[in-house]
Design a protein around this ligand. Structure first.
Ligand code: ATP
Ligand code: MG
Length: 370
């Protein structure tokens, strides 16, 4: 199939809050690199507002508010609307139709096995309160998002691997049932292990908007300092500077693993050539948390400063931002409608594409009479 040969990216985010460092290392940074590599025929980024409603049905205002925050974060990190289509999920009707068809190709038993969804159900208290069917089935809607764009590559954090696996199963089932129609996508996760799932400042498993343990891309320098100095989990056994310390599970070092380069040492901490040397000193004893945190703050601001500058520009031009997502969404409507037409044809439910079915029905009626 010709679409299969094109290199197409689809990825996105739920507009449930501003984007944070976890998003940056897990997905955003990669997106910008891929965008600028020139190796892709199409890059599509979806603001998944419908998916965000599956666990925020009582608070659509929160989603509405965060659409602008997420787009500003995109533009600030260097996503370029000339090269990348930014679109809003709820305005793409083809996605709803595809979801409806795909729901018939998965079992509830299969959906129950998704480890990410299982963890999220616990985290959101749905195990006690009752589980919204929409939330339970959101991996199916994600399969619709990915396949609607004929995506071959999906750059995401590690927590999304079960979603891509589920999508691949749906694609295989669809193609087996209705003939080769959908493109089989591949997940692309960061090579750096720490970047795949950045923990929160509190050391909890994942930095997450819903857990309130984030450093946001839009945080100012004062807030970053407060988060690092006030909240960041280090090594509880490292009481005096001369004590030997642990770097494993120490969030300051985890963040440095994900973010710092040798260049940062040249600039901000020339006592060490690289992170390994600094870690060795910490493990030996004699290196205090004050120094490690100060270095981390410098690294963070080094990364965040250019993002803040671009953000300030776009914040003053929300009219243009509106045009960007309106244009992107209009393009995505066409794109995804074309896939839906292909799907309906494969499923033989394209009744109103032309009148050929009239002849078919007439023939069937004739045959039934014979
Ligand atoms: P929510 O709590 O509302 O689910 P979230 O912070 O998990 O929000 P999503 O919008 O669900 O963010 O995720 C968007 C993308 O960012 C996904 O590709 C996901 O894998 C990635 N991502 C989110 N958090 C992290 C993290 N802490 N480390 C690495 N990647 C992450
Ligand atoms: Mg999430």
């Amino acid at each position: 199939m010709s679409e299969g040969q094109k290199q197409i990216i689809l990825t996105g985010d739920r507009p449930t809050g501003r984007l944070h460092l976890g998003h940056y290392v897990g997905s955003l940074k990669r997106r910008v690199e891929l965008q600028n590599s020139g190796k892709f025929d199409e890059i599509n980024i979806l603001i998944a507002d419908d998916q965000a409603l599956t666990d925020n049905a009582d608070n659509p205002g929160k989603i509405r508010e965060n659409i602008i925050n997420v787009v500003l974060d995109y533009l600030s990190v260097g996503l370029d609307p000339e090269k990348t289509t930014i679109c809003v999920q709820s305005a793409l009707p083809a996605l709803h139709a595809l979801t409806f068809y795909y729901l018939n190709l998965v079992t509830t038993a299969r959906l129950s096995r998704n480890p990410t969804v299982k963890a999220e159900i616990q985290m959101r208290g749905f195990a006690d309160e009752g589980l919204p069917a929409g939330f339970f089935t959101y991996p199916v809607s994600q399969a619709a998002d990915i396949t609607a764009f004929d995506a071959t590559v999906v750059p995401v954090g590690e927590d999304q691997l079960p979603m891509i696996e589920q999508t691949r199963e749906i694609v295989e089932k669809f193609n087996k049932t209705y003939g080769e129609t959908l493109v089989l996508p591949k997940a692309m996760i960061p090579e750096n292990e720490t970047q795949r799932r950045l923990p929160g400042v509190d050391g909890k498993a994942k930095m997450s908007k819903s857990l309130g343990n984030c450093i946001y891309l839009s945080d100012d320098a004062k807030t970053v300092k407060k988060q690092v100095n006030g909240k960041m989990f280090t090594d509880p056994q490292h009481l005096r500077i001369e004590d030997p310390g642990h770097t494993e599970g120490n969030v300051v070092f985890t963040y440095l693993d994900a973010l710092c380069t040798d260049e940062h040492f040249v600039r901000y901490l020339p006592d060490y050539a690289n992170l390994e040397e600094m870690k060795e000193h910490y493990r030996r004893g004699g290196l205090g948390d004050g120094t490690t945190k100060k270095f981390l703050i410098s690294v963070l601001n080094d990364i965040l400063d250019p993002i803040r500058t671009v953000r300030a520009h776009w914040e003053n031009d929300i009219d243009t931002v509106y045009d960007i997502i309106q244009t992107g969404t209009a393009k995505a409507v066409e794109r995804t409608n074309a896939t839906l037409a292909r799907v309906r044809k494969a499923m033989r439910i394209n009744y109103f594409e032309d009148r050929s079915i009239v002849k078919e029905w007439e023939r069937l009626l004739r045959e039934a009479k014979q």
